[in-house]
Design a protein around this ligand. Structure first.
Ligand code: NM2
Ligand code: OGA
Ligand code: ZN
Length: 383
């Protein structure tokens, strides 16, 4: 219930800002911010929503001459342009920025839910046909990936190119030096330890790339072996546990860069310098990168901090291996899973028998996933 009808807008600092009563209390908006975000047809193209003006088209001494509620719209007269612009109350409500107090380091938005081994009990495996054909099922599946950073799928045609079919459900394949699609099976001269029968500790794929592929899709085409189980673990849960146990250790891993490198094939020397746990400038937990096979010598941690850095890194590695955090399953032909590659680490247990095991994989970007969610929501697809 909006409360703006109960109180008149209050101009602050000679019209440099205005204070409004919205849901949750008083919120201030700057004149410059409001003018820059005007939605009128002279400021933004009605067709595509893109801004037609530059910041330099707005006078630097922009002020609010008057502001009044007219029904559910705030009518603002800007000086010196003498321009009147309307802002819908619900738009203002949705774009409040007048928050008090700083956020704690390591926060995540409400759209993210961390998980541990208990996820196995509630995991829903989506069917490929439903996700492809039914917009509501697709929206549901994409939201699961956004919330958990992980989703399983079954009923995928176990054919060459299957990962690209899954990527096409929401976006585009991100091609890399491993190809548009890569085959994961034991090879004679493997360019990567993934192409062997070895177990792989839970990891981020391609942490040596900048930017790192945001999503990884793995589809099982054939699996006749013992071992080769899939294991996933939520890197955001690892980060949160580490932070709770040892805030100093967490701070070391977020405030110094690690190094990653891949040089396993001719003509490829990929290197990246990024922290194991990455926070945004406002403390938001953005990414976890962990890969024992591709970690390069760390040279960005000062000598004085290196011993403690390794203690924190070891604790992180223990959490990566903690069965209480892991979800384990075996892929059958036609099964697939997708991970947010900068959040959820994936592992495989060693392959312990002879027989065929063949997965195919590809990468994709997360922006396509988010865009598809927003577009499906705008279309009114509901679950
Ligand atoms: N493959 C499967 O990132 C990595 O090095 C893990 C990636 C070779 C594309 C394996
Ligand atoms: C990979 C990988 C897992 C598996 O190819 O990146 O982690 O089960 N493979 O083979
Ligand atoms: Zn991998």
């Amino acid at each position: 219930m909006l409360t703006h009808t109960q109180a008149r807008p209050r101009l602050l600092d000679q019209g440099q800002a205005v204070e409004l009563d919205l849901v949750g209390g008083a919120h201030r908006f700057h004149a410059m911010w409001l003018r820059d975000n005007a939605q009128d047809a002279a400021t933004r193209s009605p067709g595509n929503g893109q801004r037609l003006i530059t910041l330099l088209d707005i006078p630097s001494d922009t002020r609010i001459a008057s502001a009044e509620w007219v029904d559910d719209c705030l009518q603002v007269r800007f000086a010196p342009e003498d321009k009147v612009v309307e802002f819908a109350a619900d738009w203002l409500q949705a774009h409040c920025y007048d928050r008090r107090g700083a956020c704690e380091a390591g926060w995540t938005s409400g759209i993210v839910t961390r998980w541990d081994a208990d996820l196995a009990g509630t995991l829903v495996v989506a069917h490929y046909d439903a996700v492809r054909d039914d917009p509501a099922a697709r929206l549901n599946w994409l939201r699961t990936i956004r919330r958990r950073g992980f989703a399983r799928m079954t009923g995928v045609p176990a054919l060459d190119g299957a990962p690209a079919e899954i990527a096409a459900l929401f976006g585009y394949v991100r091609e890399t030096n491993y190809g548009r699609i890569f085959d994961v099976r034991a090879e004679v001269n493997p360019s990567n330890l993934a192409y062997t029968n070895l177990g792989l500790q839970a990891h981020t794929d391609n942490p040596y790339r900048d930017p790192v592929p945001g999503l990884q899709i793995l589809v099982c085409l054939q699996n006749e072996v013992e071992g080769g189980d899939s294991i996933v673990v939520d890197g955001f849960e690892i980060a949160a546990r580490l932070q709770a146990e040892t805030p100093e250790g967490f701070a070391l891993l977020t405030s110094h860069c690690a190094r990653f490198e891949y040089a396993g094939a001719q003509g490829v020397r990929l290197r990246a310098k990024k922290p194991l746990i990455e926070l945004g400038p406002d403390g938001e937990l953005l990414a976890v990168r962990f890969n024992n096979r591709s970690a390069a010598p760390f040279v960005d941690v000062p000598y004085e901090a290196m011993a403690d850095y390794y203690v924190a890194y070891r604790r992180m590695a223990e959490l990566v291996e903690d069965p209480a955090l892991a979800v384990r399953f075996k892929l059958e032909p036609g099964d697939a899973f997708i991970v947010d590659n900068l959040r959820v680490l994936h592992a495989r247990s060693a392959i312990t028998s002879s027989g065929n095991r063949h997965l195919q994989g590809c990468y994709a970007d997360k922006d396509g996933l988010r865009s598809s969610i927003a577009a499906l929501e705008a279309q009114g697809a509901s679950t």
